[in-house]
Ligand binder design. Sequence first.
Ligand code: SF4
Ligand code: SF4
Length: 74
Amino acid sequence: MDNWSIPSIDMERCTGCGLCVEYCPTKAVTMVHQQPVIHEPRLCTYCGLCEDSCPEDAITLLFEIVPRPPANQA
Ligand code: SF4
Ligand code: SF4
């Protein structure tokens, strides 16, 4: 995952609860000085669990990954 496409964290809304770090299955996000940081962007699979887990709606995935339908249904 490139830096430009990693989930966006709004630090104005973030309370530093750490839930996004707990839910991230790849450890792409970690807490640094009580703030979440995507420190390993290449590990981000864009699963969206951090966005879903955030009680403050502080995390936004900049795009959505959707399955492509089979060719005969396109
Ligand atoms: S989208 Fe998934 S892999 Fe990427 S930082 Fe959030 S929880 Fe981790
Ligand atoms: S879950 Fe939301 S409020 Fe909690 S640390 Fe992560 S971004 Fe901040």
